[in-house]
Design a protein around this ligand. Structure first.
Ligand SMILES: Nc1ncnc2c1ncn2[C@@H]1O[C@H](COP(=O)(O)OP(=O)(O)O)[C@@H](O)[C@H]1O
Ligand SMILES: [Mg+2]
Length: 244
């Protein structure tokens, strides 16, 4: 990977006396999609929250060359990170246009880019977000992060979780388009999606980095991906069925 945009080293997080991350290393490429993988409870969401300063953390998180451990969340996101949280955070009672308007931070929000990438959001501007499909809601969530022209990284936490296969394809297209405009860190359990989108991947296990390298290489290695991710179809289905 040529010089990464985000560079996480030895990230540790302790919450309520419980050690959750024991040392996560993670590089996010300056272009395209980098995938963050790992079984349920491996520490993916906590890693993202640590990067954003939403939980107390130690170690090093360099973004665009600056150390951000020690900065507040406000200071970090102002440096240009867009976040699509696990639950999407879309306001279902508001229209598409209102959801986007709430995300405006620039004097000149990038509606040109958002509408070019997601023409549906323009067509459905006056539709209530709660009546959109899961995939369209994800477009709203991703579109919001792209409105701010200053954003140079988008982090999406399991954007396809719980979605029907057809909708997963919609989200894949949305992420593919977004990644043409801005680098994406994608937390994902759907390996078909990772195969389609990601050049690089990092795998967490028990709060640590267990593997990092080209995504295609890991996914081609059945033994290794089984060990690291517990795949093999049945295990994958069980993990997504919410055994936690
Ligand atoms: N606020 C918290 N307080 C206590 N334990 C937490 C908290 N957040 C996460 N955990 C625990 O930390 C582990 C990692 O969680 P998480 O980062 O959400 O994993 P993932 O996103 O990979 O499924 C899990 O065992 C989870 O129960
Ligand atoms: Mg998670």
């Amino acid at each position: 990977m040529t010089s990464p945009l985000l560079c996480v080293r030895d990230l540790k997080v302790v919450i309520g006396g419980r050690h959750i991350l024991h040392g996560v290393d993670l590089d996010v490429a300056a272009g395209g999609v980098t995938a963050l993988l790992g079984r349920n409870g491996a520490g993916k969401t906590t890693t993202v929250r640590g990067v954003l300063g939403l939980v107390p953390r130690t170690g090093s998180v360099r973004y665009g060359g600056d150390e951000t451990v020690g900065m507040t969340t406000h200071q970090i996101v102002r440096r240009g990170i867009g976040y699509v949280p696990e639950d999407r955070g879309v306001f279902v009672a508001l229209t598409v246009a209102e959801n986007l308007r709430l995300a405006e931070r620039d004097p000149d929000p990038a509606y040109d880019l958002v509408h070019e990438l997601f023409p549906e959001l323009k067509q459905r501007a006056r539709q209530q977000a709660g009546t959109l499909s899961g995939g369209q809601q994800q477009m709203v969530a991703i579109g919001r992060t792209l409105l701010n022209r200053g954003n140079r990284l988008v982090i999406a936490d399991e954007p396809t979780k719980g979605l029907a296969p057809r909708v997963v394809t919609e989200v894949a297209v949305a992420l593919e388009r977004a990644a043409q405009a801005v680098p994406v860190l994608l937390v994902e359990q759907n390996l078909a999606l990772v195969r389609r989108l990601a050049a690089h991947c990092v795998v967490l296990a028990d709060g640590r980095t267990a593997h990092a390298g080209p995504a295609a290489e890991l996914l081609a290695d059945t033994e290794k991906s089984k060990t690291l991710l517990g795949v093999g179809r049945r295990a994958d289905v069980t993990a997504r069925g919410g055994d936690h």
